[in-house]
Design a protein around this ligand. Structure first.
Ligand code: ZN
Length: 497
């Protein structure tokens, strides 16, 4: 159909321009010399203006309207319908927010991030507070323009389409009531275990080779991607070419190893999209939660499992025979799965990580609703941390100032991390049914079966289904917290017994 072909041509053009912008960002984080910063900012600014004009053009909206008419809609295939549905979702969302509010938000969040970094460094919450206030004010306006029943839903929908607070709240309440006692019990059992400190230093050059080996073994196609170094690791799919980044700590080789594995989980998803659908929603991730389900499945459920560690202990020994020579697979398993209260979210174990998220979820709702004044947020943060983890942050740097998200305007983003864990556990259950010999294969360093399952059931589907539909399709039920709880219990209760 000519109308659809024209529509898709515009969609592809916008997506290609976005991937160019992504590449410029990647370069900025990895190789850009300091003197190139100003011209890069100009390039990105011009390009984003061009993308914005194309993505909100009358021409595109007219095509969408026409395709949504009964006579055309009925003739579209499921794949074509998914492309129209998802582009329409984005265009309608963008059209509701006035350009002046978008500009104001871009400007304010750029300054807020700068102020957050300074405030965090100086442990000065008062410096950040007025900026958080400004961001919240803009986000309330944005939410009101989007016109949902609930402001939080309006923002959440931008990261996790179709997820609503009415579904999320009870899910998280059930999760919390199961996690808190499990966490306390496991902490008690893990007390006195050796800390994950390693003797000696681990040269970056050798660690780089180890991480390349990791990518090769799990099936990341290095002919269509690469691994570089940044302060904050990320994954960027363009999409035939996937850029991963990691960071190296000479004292702990597992730091980079697990951060590479996490990003590679995102990267394998991007590499698994069907080539014919590149640069259309059918060749894109369903949601942030589903994206995170891929990274967390690889990082934790696979990467911290006994069979995985059994295989990789041999690899670690090849690279660093001294420190790993006398370590048993059992020791390694205990070290990488140590559960203990930690103030920093990104350093937490896989149980308490979610408690960190639930705390942020509760606080950001109250901040957005205005129930919690910005000035009182640190006290509430500290009280909740004390209640959940039994720790009191000695300062705000290790408390409310630790994450950049709110400064960037990403309010409603945090839940997608825990949703990722919950989805990953749902997939894990189905994978174990479909591949009963997976553990044996993984212990041999054979990840083909796992990757094929993920590709067939999730990656290659792109945005054909929404996240709730995908879960229903794969598991036969809506997303639940029970598989995740069962996974944690099986792992930590059995191992502590
Ligand atoms: Zn991630």
């Amino acid at each position: 159909m000519k109308l659809y072909d024209d529509f898709l041509e515009t969609v592809r053009e916008i997506s290609v321009l976005r991937s160019i912008s992504g590449l410029l960002h990647w370069d900025q984080e990895t190789f850009l010399p300091p003197g190139g910063v100003a011209s890069r900012a100009e390039q990105l600014h011009r390009l984003s203006g061009l993308i914005h004009r194309k993505a909100t053009s009358q021409a595109l909206r007219k095509k969408l309207e026409a395709l949504s008419e009964k006579k055309h809609w009925g003739r579209l295939s499921p794949t074509q319908k998914a492309n129209v549905r998802e582009i329409r979702r984005g265009v309608e969302r963008a059209a509701k927010i006035p350009a002046s509010l978008v500009r104001e938000t871009v400007k304010t969040t750029a300054l807020a991030q700068h102020e957050w970094a300074k405030a965090r460094q100086a442990d000065d919450y008062k410096r950040f507070a007025p900026w958080l206030e400004k961001v919240l004010h803009l986000k309330r306006q944005t939410a009101d323009c989007l016109g949902f029943n609930n402001r939080y839903d309006a923002l959440l929908d931008g990261f996790e389409p179709e997820m609503r607070i009415l579904k999320l709240r009870p899910l998280f309440v059930r999760l919390k009531s199961a996690l808190v006692p499990l966490f306390q019990k496991t902490c008690e059992a893990h007390k006195g275990r050796p800390k994950t400190e390693w003797p000696g230093t681990f040269p970056v050059a050798a660690q780089k080779k180890l991480n390349e080996k990791l990518l090769e073994v799990i099936g990341f196609d290095r002919n269509r991607g690469r691994l570089d170094v940044t302060t904050h690791p990320f994954c960027m799919g363009m999409p035939s070419d996937v850029r991963l980044t990691t960071r190296y700590d000479e004292k702990n080789p597992l730091d980079a190893f697990y951060s590479t594995l996490h990003e590679a989980g995102h990267g394998l998803y991007e590499q698994g999209f069907a080539e014919e659908h590149f640069h259309t929603p059918m060749g894109e991730a369903v949601s942030m939660g589903i994206h995170e389900s891929q990274s967390r499945l690889w990082e934790n459920m696979v990467g911290r499992s006994r069979p995985f560690l059994k295989y990789f202990l041999g690899v670690f020994r090849d690279f660093f025979p001294g420190p790993f020579g006398n370590l048993s697979a059992d020791d390694l398993f205990r070290r990488v799965n140590r559960v203990e209260p930690r103030l920093i979210r990104v350093e937490s174990d896989e149980i308490s990580y979610n408690l960190h998220i639930l705390l942020r979820f509760e606080i950001e709702q109250s901040l957005l609703d205005g129930d919690l004044p910005v000035g009182e947020a640190p006290a509430v943060w500290n009280a909740k941390i004390k209640e959940m983890l039994g720790l009191t942050p000695p300062n705000n740097r290790l408390g409310i100032l630790q994450d950049v998200h709110w400064a960037t305007g990403a309010i409603g983003y945090f839940p997608t991390y825990t949703l990722g864990n919950l989805y990953a556990a749902e997939w894990r259950l189905q994978i174990r049914k479909a591949l009963p010999d997976l553990d044996t294969a993984v212990a041999r360093g054979d990840f083909r079966g796992l990757l094929e399952w993920l590709k067939a059931n999730i990656h290659s589907k792109g945005m054909l289904y929404t996240a709730p539909e995908l879960c229903q399709k794969i598991t036969g039920h809506p997303l639940a917290e029970t598989p995740f709880i069962a996974y944690l219990r099986e792992k930590y209760e059995k191992e502590s017994a």
